[in-house]
Design a protein around this ligand. Structure first.
Ligand code: ASP
Length: 414
């Protein structure tokens, strides 16, 4: 199996390198950005559209079939409980890490002050927490699918899975239909994934042409702090949990995840990367029924990279305004960034919108987002990579824990 898969990872990597090289070359050409946007990006957009097209069926059928194949509601509860605990704890850790790193950088005067007068950023109209909760529950079965409202799609798919489990015998046909559509969606996804080296090259190239000149020296510092945070989090949290709880060596884990990580890096979309995340984590030993439940959920609610970005940017923007954050404010940031990362959609740029909520919660001027908005894509590529790696680590860990639980029950019964 490895033999078959390795070439794809290799070709995706080549796609990434070619895209970056062409992007750098186009920076020297007078109309480089136009060429990249008009002739290269469209192919990347087609690839991304195909991924988006298949994501709703994948989430719908894979969560439902995951629930059905667990065969009893108690097991769904056990997997779901572990998943939520893993997601929440790692995300909270991510924000704390970001705050520590960013405060250290600020203490070492690594964050250069930037001009803040005349900044403008209009935060989107917020909505109450209650409304956000209400919006998770769909009022009809079609709109969430058409609008790709992922949290609502997850609710539909859980309900369908529960319904089928609870009716027993009579649900057999429905279960087979879900299973069969799940297989078909996975096959379509497989076909689309084959295009990924080209897609990756065409997506990354315009990013390089557009952002290359914009990365001013001051912003390099905050970018570097965020990337150090991403890397430390992955190395410390994911390596240790997949090793200790999942029994997978960290090197094998990151090697196995490489195709998905490269896809996340170039697409900046957890949801778009979901097909890759599913495939890579199953190859790493995550059980199919667990992965198909944990990963779509994670692509929607688990965003450690986004949480790190929000923590770092909050400290950076505060320091640009000459604000020193108190411990109380930092605790508030941990809470709001954890919640904000749950509410962040797995699409490019969503984390920056949610940063407004984090800043507002501690009275940092929201206009400060304008300082980092120009290079958001560069932050986004890294945070999305971490987001999906965290989802996969959880799938591996929960699968192993479930296996151990089953083995224990068997040995008690036997
Ligand atoms: N692009 C990120 C993702 O899809 C979300 C974000 O903007 O932070 O995971």
């Amino acid at each position: 199996m490895n033999k078959k898969k390795l070439p794809l990872a290799f070709w995706i990597f080549i796609g990434l390198v070619v895209g970056i090289a062409v992007g750098l070359a186009l920076m020297m050409v007078p109309n480089g950005l136009d060429i990249a946007k008009n002739y290269i990006l469209p192919w990347g957009t087609i690839f991304l559209n195909l991924l988006k097209f298949i994501v709703v069926p994948i989430v719908l059928f894979s969560i439902a079939s995951g629930v059905i194949s667990m065969q009893d509601i108690g097991r769904v509860g056990s997997v779901g409980g572990k998943t939520i605990v893993y997601y929440m704890c790692t995300t909270a850790f991510a924000v704390v890490l970001a705050l520590v790193l960013a405060s250290a950088a600020k203490g070492m005067h690594i964050f250069a002050a930037m001009e803040t007068s005349g900044l403008a950023y209009e935060p989107p109209a917020g909505q109450s927490l209650m409304q956000t909760i209400i919006d998770i529950f769909p009022s009809n079965p079609i709109t969430p699918l058409a609008n790709a409202s992922m949290l609502q799609v997850i609710v539909i798919s859980l309900l369908v899975g529960f319904g089928i489990l609870l009716v027993g015998e009579k649900g057999l046909v429905a279960a087979q239909v879900v299973d069969s559509f799940n297989e078909v969606s996975m096959k379509i996804m497989d076909l689309i994934i084959k295009l990924s080296p080209i897609g990756v090259a065409c997506l990354i190239c315009p990013v390089i042409v557009e952002n290359g000149p914009k990365i001013l020296a001051q912003l390099v510092a905050v970018l570097a702090v965020a990337y150090v945070g991403y890397i430390v989090h992955a190395v410390v949290v994911y390596s240790s949990t997949v090793k200790a709880l999942g029994g997978v060596s960290p090197i094998a884990f990151f090697k196995g995840m490489a195709p998905a990580m490269m896809m996340a890096f170039s697409s900046a979309s957890s949801v778009g990367t979901l097909p890759f995340t599913l495939e890579c984590s199953e190859r790493l030993g995550a059980r199919k029924e667990v992965a198909s439940f944990v990963l779509p959920l994670g692509a929607t609610i688990n965003m450690d990279g986004t949480a790190i970005y929000q923590g770092v940017c909050a400290v950076f923007i505060a320091s640009c305004y000459g604000i020193d954050l108190t411990i109380g404010q930092m605790a508030t940031i941990v809470l709001t960034a954890t919640l904000a990362s749950i509410g962040t959609a797995g699409v490019p740029g969503a984390g920056m919108v949610m940063l407004a909520m984090v800043l507002q919660s501690v009275n940092i001027p929201v206009e400060g987002i304008a300082l980092v908005a120009g290079i958001d894509r560069i932050f986004d590529m890294g945070r999305t990579t971490i987001n999906i790696t965290g989802d996969a680590a959880c799938a591996v860990v929960v699968s192993k824990m479930e296996d151990r639980k089953v083995a224990r029950t068997k040995s008690v019964l036997g």
